[in-house]
Design a protein around this ligand. Structure first.
Ligand SMILES: Nc1ncnc2c1ncn2[C@@H]1O[C@H](COP(=O)(O)OP(=O)(O)OP(=O)(O)O)[C@@H](O)[C@H]1O
Ligand SMILES: [Mg+2]
Length: 544
């Protein structure tokens, strides 16, 4: 590692806002600090002379658009990547971790963006993998089990910790990863988008713990795209833009609209985005667009594109009746485990229903496999982009044309030229930040991978698109672009089944919302009844 940093590009120390001394130790010194850190990948300057500092006893949030360099900075801090230039200090000492294990041994505990647990190991093993408690030299399983349960109990989660991790949905896996990160004492805790698939209750629980850890002097580095969460938890915010540190601010001094302007660049700050920055107003804004689209469509008679009549599967989903109208968005709201993803999988033929009938375009159909569903014009953008989504080794182009190619049949190969054109169109439309469509998709930032997955299904020109947590990890500006695009497609007849843990997001885009609880549909609301309070009441079981 080179040591090219000079004092001059160090952030000023002791500027207003540095935490006051605590326990007799000067807390004005950052615990973790970078100066002049750069990292270049072929075709991308991911980090350019970045100065960053993290103080003990604070929650410091890194914000920036997809591809801004947040995860790269974390990877450099924690020994996953070696920086090309610059220095890193931990507790004032220059460090150059050769691996995440080294960083961990020095007290820097990290939850990476792509949860990298072992799906076929048990929950308990995942929490303690690599550091199992031992007794008389042997692994003490009873102890592991008990401690895993305790670690999860702190997060208000109770699971059978002996079951394998992949028996649980992605949000639960995320909680397990958080429990793992929290299960040892650390000086620095780094969490890269830990809340991207959690619901409000889980986020609240996590924040409670973070506040507690902060009180005890731990420094917390947090990454999120949720503006509301940023303000709920942060003392300090560093904004990244195009690999550079745009600035460092005290959260209380930086209004939300300015934060968003700094992320996207003032010149790209539309009036709408400014409003979007203020939670709540965002909802009204998109509601308006949705309404406009709805009005243009209401002239045409409502016609269901797909109907589920008593469709269920033992142990998974109680028989359900559901209709998605042509050109409309039906939202599915419910807590984790309420049956949202299960409904999606039955509709996509990924699981087979054992009761009821499915009617597509007025005809009873049998969906025995995803292939059947795709032939009927159904697309499914799954929530777990790592397991059911992107194929890391393939290029962005190959990933985007994958579903279209599958629908045409593998023997009718889409020409390279055509595939290239398609990929370029979608990269442009969804603003995917990539240096080249031929890049392996694994090299894209998390949010950009998610956009590519969405592009894959939009490229098939589906009649019905099932979107399970489609905006997971996508930045605020891109979220708006994508919602606009969806609503415009609906105006042209696309139907959407929209699943998200964010109730406000479901409400914003959906014409109707079906509410699920305990693996059954308990209500369907539209118009005035579809407000957040009402839906929360229904979910909690105290509604009408
Ligand atoms: N191993 C790699 N090889 C090539 N390019 C990479 C690699 N890792 C990251 N990049 C590129 O570096 C840039 C910054 O990526 P990074 O993952 O740090 O973004 P991010 O701010 O975390 O975005 P997101 O919000 O989408 O997670 C992106 O353009 C990304 O494609
Ligand atoms: Mg990232």
């Amino acid at each position: 590692m080179t040591h090219s940093a000079t004092e001059s590009n160090q952030p000023e120390r002791g500027t207003p806002g540095a935490p006051s001394p605590r326990n007799g130790v000067s807390a004005r010194e950052p615990i973790l600090e970078t100066s002049g850190v750069s990292k270049t990948f072929p075709g991308v300057k991911a980090l350019q002379r970045v100065d960053f500092r993290l103080f003990p006893g604070e929650v410091h949030t890194l914000m920036g658009q997809n591809g801004a360099g947040k995860s790269t900075l974390i990877n450099v801090l924690t020994g996953v990547l070696a920086p090309d230039a610059g220095t890193i200090r931990l507790g004032g000492e220059v460090v150059a971790f050769a691996s995440p294990q080294e960083a961990e041994a020095a007290g820097v505990r990290t939850l990476y963006q792509e949860v990298n647990l072992c799906p076929n190991l048990s929950v308990a093993e995942n929490i303690f993998a690599g550091r199992q408690p031992r007794r008389f030299g042997a692994i003490d399983w009873a102890d592991i089990k008990r401690r895993a349960q305790q670690a999860l109990a702190r997060l208000d989660v109770s699971l059978d910790v002996t079951r394998s991790l992949d028996a649980y949905p992605i949000a639960v896996q995320q909680m397990v990863a958080i429990a793992r990160a929290l299960s040892v004492d650390a000086r620095v805790l780094i969490l890269d988008e830990p809340t991207s698939s959690l619901d409000d209750g889980e986020v609240a629980q996590l924040f409670k713990i973070l506040r507690h850890l902060k009180q005890s002097g731990i420094a917390i580095l947090f990454v999120t795209h949720f503006i509301e969460q940023t303000y709920a938890i942060s003392d300090r915010i560093t904004v990244m833009r195009n690999g550079e540190r745009e600035g460092e601010y005290l959260a209380r001094d930086l209004p939300a609209d300015q934060l968003v302007a700094k992320m996207v660049g003032h010149e790209r700050m539309s009036a709408r985005l400014r409003e979007a920055a203020h939670e709540g107003q965002a909802a009204d804004d998109l509601q308006e667009i949705a309404q406009d689209h709805a009005e243009t469509r209401d002239a045409t008679a409502e016609r269901p594109f797909v109907e589920l009549r008593g469709v269920g599967r033992r142990g998974t989903l109680q028989p359900i009746d559901l209709e998605v109208q042509s050109g409309k968005i039906l939202g599915l709201a419910g807590l984790l485990g309420s049956g949202r993803t299960e409904t999606a999988r039955l509709l996509f033929g990924a699981d087979r229903a054992d009761s009821g009938t499915i009617v597509v375009n007025g005809r009873v159909v049998r969906l025995r496999s995803p292939h059947d569903a795709v032939r009927h014009g159904i697309g499914y953008c799954a929530e777990d982009r790592k397991k059911e989504g992107i194929v890391g080794e393939l290029s962005i182009r190959e990933n985007i044309v994958l579903a279209l190619q599958a629908r045409r049949g593998w023997w009718r190969k889409i020409s390279r030229q055509r595939a290239r054109e398609l990929a370029d169109v979608w990269i442009e439309r969804l603003g995917i930040k990539a240096s080249d469509a031929e890049q392996p998709i694994a090299l894209l930032s998390g949010g950009n991978q998610q956009k590519a997955l969405l592009a894959r299904w939009l490229a098939t020109d589906p009649k019905l698109l099932i979107l399970d947590e489609p905006t997971r990890g996508i930045d605020v500006a891109a979220k708006f672009d994508i919602m606009d695009r969806l609503l415009a497609l609906c105006a042209n007849g696309l139907s959407v089944l929209f699943i998200s843990s964010e109730i406000s997001e479901v409400l914003r885009v959906s014409h109707r919302v079906a509410v699920l609880r305990d693996r059954r549909k308990i209500a369907e609301v539209a118009g005035n009844a579809s407000n957040e309070d009402n839906i929360y009441r229904l979910i909690a079981g105290s509604g009408e």
